[in-house]
Design a protein around this ligand. Structure first.
Ligand code: GLU
Length: 508
């Protein structure tokens, strides 16, 4: 049977990177197995539905290249792929459970249940709607057929609950966690259809996994305990032969390692926890990795290692490497600590090793954002000049201020240390030399300056620091000759001239 997996987010807000990691693992597993990766939107909780959240999910997956084989925008044979469009399907299965006695109508009002809940809590316990008390509650198990019909006919609000049998041990073999068991005495008669007619997560999730022929459920650890009810549902529906395999992924932990990473941690520590920015009321309320200047490949590489490791100690993994090496068996049980410095390290690696062309659109967009208009050739040169020094795309502007505007501040201490009585003459000859270099390219500039130094017995220690200070303001920076080429003949000469003027005035 061919592998079919699904990523099943609920559109209740921006999708946290934990969700993206789940999508990535599903995607990799599908690709590895030659299977199908499905995007299913679980939008049955109408109260928590947030407009724009579904588009956010789609946009995030698209940015990362995690394209589903089946989804509502690219339907296959198992649609619809949005649960709110599948209500009839859930209803049919709910009716089937009622007819077979595995589910029942419950008429209890929320206020009545609240009272019972408080009462139980008062005694230090928890209220469980189930085998021990269902006989004394307001449901179809305790009324006649006629009464049931008349209550349904009068339009009384009801829910449909799963009838959980007591003293049942439910076990399954989780691919990540090994054998997991639950005792049905700890489980309540879960609501399957809510008072608003919509199914609960449990009902819709199981019916869809079954009807979309899902073979492997790969999802976050927070859903592990729900699996007990899911298994009971498969059994109640007589679908025990169609139970998928489960793999529950470890948590992504806070940088401290204490507890689950939350969206508030991002705000608290100043790093993104969402793939792309999330806007509320037209304003950015959470910055995404994309907007923080990350490359999609780098983010995926960072995420894939939060909970999974390849066999060797290779850290840089292209998507094809990931697919080739991915296996569910290598997913770890313990939580993976979120380390933003590591994310930045990956991004730096990807910036340094990406072909310049691949960085062009992002870098051009970043520069235009700051009102800097360069030709395509200049952007290419800038990328080649600066990429070793850039961690995020924003650095192509931020770290490069001196390339775009005249130098305001010079490293005075260094300047005074290096400037001698001969410096003015030396710098003047360099201006003359620069004027004569053709073609004005880094390799030619380097060759000419070096031969000029040799002929005039100028040592690197005398010239280079001063040249750098003139051109960039400091003695640190990227390759000197590439910098001169980038700035161009005129700008380079004018900067050197400016330094000479400053020093001459200072010495008068
Ligand atoms: N709708 C659930 C979520 O938001 C899906 C959990 C599952 O994959 O079963 O994560």
């Amino acid at each position: 049977m061919s592998v079919r997996v699904r990523f099943a987010p609920s559109p209740t807000g921006a999708l946290h990177i934990g969700g993206i990691r789940t999508a990535l693992y599903n995607f990799l597993f599908a690709k590895k197995m030659g299977g199908t990766f499905i995007l299913r939107i679980e939008d049955t909780d109408r109260g928590r539905h947030v407009s724009g959240a579904e588009a956010y999910i789609t946009d995030s997956l698209e940015w990362l290249g995690l394209t589903p084989n089946e989804s509502s925008t690219n339907p296959g044979a198992f649609g619809p792929y949005r649960q709110s469009e599948r209500l009839d399907i859930y209803r049919t299965y709910a009716d089937r459970l009622i007819s077979s006695g595995r589910a029942y109508y419950a008429f209890d009002k929320p206020e009545q249940l609240d009272v019972l809940r408080k009462e139980a809590e008062g005694k230090g316990g928890a209220f469980l709607y189930g085998a021990l008390n269902r006989d004394s509650l307001d449901n179809s198990l305790n009324i006649t057929e006629d009464e049931l019909h008349s209550r349904l006919e009068t339009g009384e609000t009801y829910t449909i609950r799963l009838k959980v049998m007591p003293d049942d041990i439910i076990s399954f073999e989780d691919i990540v966690r090994g054998e997991v068991s639950f005792n049905s005495n700890d489980l309540d008669d879960k609501i399957l259809i809510k008072a608003d007619g919509f199914p609960t997560y449990h009902m819709a999730n199981v019916i869809d996994d079954y009807s979309m022929q899902i073979t492997h459920v790969i999802r976050g650890e927070e859903w592990l305990s729900s699996t007990a009810h899911h298994l009971l549902l498969y059994h109640a529906l007589g679908l025990e032969n169609s139970i998928p395999r489960f793999a529950h992924l470890p948590l992504i932990l806070k940088p401290s390692g204490n507890g689950k990473l939350s969206k508030r941690d991002g705000q608290k520590f100043g790093f993104p926890v969402f793939p792309i920015s999330w806007y509320e009321d037209g304003k950015e309320s959470f910055e995404g990795f994309r907007e923080a200047g990350f490359l999609p490949q780098a983010l995926l590489n960072f995420l894939v290692l939060l909970g999974w490791h390849p066999e060797g100690d290779q850290e840089i993994l292209t998507i094809d490497n990931m697919i080739a090496q991915f296996s569910l068996e290598r997913i770890g049980k313990s939580g993976a600590r979120f380390d933003y410095d590591k994310a930045k390290w990956f991004n730096h690696q990807y910036i340094v090793h990406s072909p310049t062309d691949a960085l062009l659109p992002e870098v051009s967009a970043e520069l235009s954002k700051h009102g800097i208009q360069l030709t395509q050739k200049q952007v290419v040169d800038l990328i080649e000049l600066m990429k070793e020094r850039c961690t995020v795309i924003g650095d192509f502007h931020q770290q490069c201020g001196y390339l775009f505007a005249p130098i305001q501040d010079f490293d005075e201490i260094m300047l005074n240390k290096k400037w001698t009585d001969h410096s003015e003459a030396m710098m003047t000859t360099v201006i003359e030399l620069i004027d004569s270099i053709l073609p004005f390219e880094a390799s030619e500039i380097e060759a000419q300056i070096k031969s000029h130094m040799e002929m005039n017995a100028i040592s690197p220690g005398n010239l280079f620091p001063l040249l750098r200070i003139a051109l960039t303001g400091t003695t640190k920076g990227p390759d000197l000759f590439k910098t001169i080429a980038f700035l161009g003949k005129e700008e380079s000469s004018s900067r050197i001239n400016h330094l000479i003027t400053i020093k001459t005035i200072a010495n008068e």
